[in-house]
Design a protein around this ligand. Structure first.
Ligand code: CTP
Length: 400
């Protein structure tokens, strides 16, 4: 969720500043680019060296860089950030933020930031309970800033009460949950198929195809990144999901893929069938390795069930079904026929005539055709970028 996110961590003067070190580590571990901005007072509680080492970035705290006389551009910093977290947020800084004061770099960056702002207060219980603190927090919340509430416990003053800054792992959990909640596919359940299927001829041979699974895995990752809860049903594939939240079910045959799809279909409201399912399977599997005998070998095969058509026939109104069409000739007409026959919301057409499209390559070139027969053709792109285009279409259709 935080991978590649640009995060400003604002650190104020508070004994809880020692927890900022762990927060920086957790943010960096989650893949975020972290820029620490400290108030002049914060430096008395934790050294910039600690935070710059952990964040792998020089820490900023002055408007000017004393060594070069250069300016730390607070506007550029504020615009750079995808996320601004102030932890610990002292009563003093909260008051300045609420009042629009900019007497240090941190509060100036706050005023320039256009990204979501989170603040984790840390202060003594009486300061926490004071009406002016309550008023400042209410004001900040009215700006859309999100408070990560302090906990109850022993405070630096020796008193017991509310005011302890939330623990770094709690802050991380809250941030992740909040980001997820705001994603376009939050609360959506997706089912994706990927890869080939293998239909056994004998214990050592099978009918299969060259699908690598790359396209389906990229779609599953993109859907997860957009906040969906994703189940990926994959035929034999060496791919791995980049998004840890993707639940993977491994299958081998078309029959197994059908069974896994049937089990997950009712709870899913987004289904993307990108697997290259074998259309035929041997009628029987030879129990032992078939020995070489005559000049020819005939294997009797039978049609597998078309999983996508099965899902299309059983689709509810709240379910969005996406299929693929891999074509070599009469591409668009074949894709439209599949779209209608399988009752899809849209179909993704790959033409094997296009160089760089199809199996075993890292790129793809697609045309999306929807129910209204609206056609959108995209250029040659990485499979990750193609997945992005497909998911953008899903998000658009779900909003309708
Ligand atoms: N598909 C499926 N189950 C099958 C065969 C195909 O779910 N037994 C799905 C694929 O995942 C894809 C779509 O159907 O989303 C179209 O697959 P494709 O191979 O292009 O078309 P087919 O319907 O198999 O027709 P043909 O092979 O004749 O082009």
């Amino acid at each position: 969720m935080l991978k590649d996110k640009k995060v400003i961590l604002g650190v104020c003067g508070s004994i809880a500043a020692y927890k900022s070190a762990l927060l920086v580590r957790l943010l960096v571990k989650a893949g975020a680019h972290v820029q620490v901005v400290m108030t002049p007072d914060a430096i008395n509680f934790i050294t910039p060296l600690t935070l710059s080492t952990l964040s792998k970035n020089p820490v900023l705290s002055d408007y000017f860089k004393p060594e070069s006389g250069e300016w730390n551009n607070h506007v550029a910093l504020g615009l750079w950030a995808d996320l601004f977290i102030i932890a610990p947020a002292s009563a003093n800084t909260l008051a300045k933020m609420a009042g629009g004061l900019t007497d240090n770099l941190l509060t100036a960056v706050y005023l320039s930031a256009k990204c979501p702002v989170y603040f984790a207060p840390a202060m003594d219980l009486d300061m926490w309970k004071h009406p002016s603190t309550t008023e400042n927090i209410t004001k900040l919340q009215s700006f859309g800033n999100v408070m990560i509430a302090p906990g109850y416990g022993e405070l630096a003053s020796g008193l017991q009460g509310e005011g302890r800054m939330a623990e770094p792992d709690e802050i991380m959990a809250l941030l992740t949950a909040d980001i997820k909640k705001k994603l376009p596919l939050a609360n959506q359940k997706a089912m994706v198929t990927a890869g080939p299927t293998y239909e056994a001829i004998d214990p050592v041979r099978f009918i299969g195809n060259h699908s690598s699974g790359k396209m389906g895995f990229a779609i599953a990752d993109e859907l997860a990144q957009l906040g969906a809860d994703v189940t990926l049903i994959s035929g034999p594939s060496a791919q791995v999901s980049k998004q840890r939240s993707v639940k993977r079910i491994d299958v081998t045959t078309a029959a197994e893929m059908l069974q896994a799809c049937q089990q997950n279909f009712t709870t899913a409201n987004i289904c993307v069938m990108s697997a290259a399912v074998s259309d035929y399977a041997p009628v029987t599997m030879a129990p032992k390795k078939i020995k070489k005998k005559g000049d020819t070998l005939t294997i009797e095969t039978k049609k597998t069930i078309d999983i996508l058509k099965f899902l299309g026939d059983n689709k509810r109104g709240d379910q969005l079904l996406v299929g693929f069409a891999l074509e070599t000739d009469n591409e668009e007409q074949n894709a439209v026929d599949k779209l209608k026959k399988k009752n899809l919301d849209f179909i993704v057409l790959n033409s094997l005539v296009d160089e760089g499209a199809g199996f075993r390559v890292d790129t793809n070139k697609i045309t999306i055709i929807d129910r209204d027969l609206k056609k959108t053709t995209f250029g040659l792109k990485s499979k990750e970028d193609v997945a992005h285009d497909i998911c953008e279409k899903i998000v658009t259709l779900l909003k309708k």
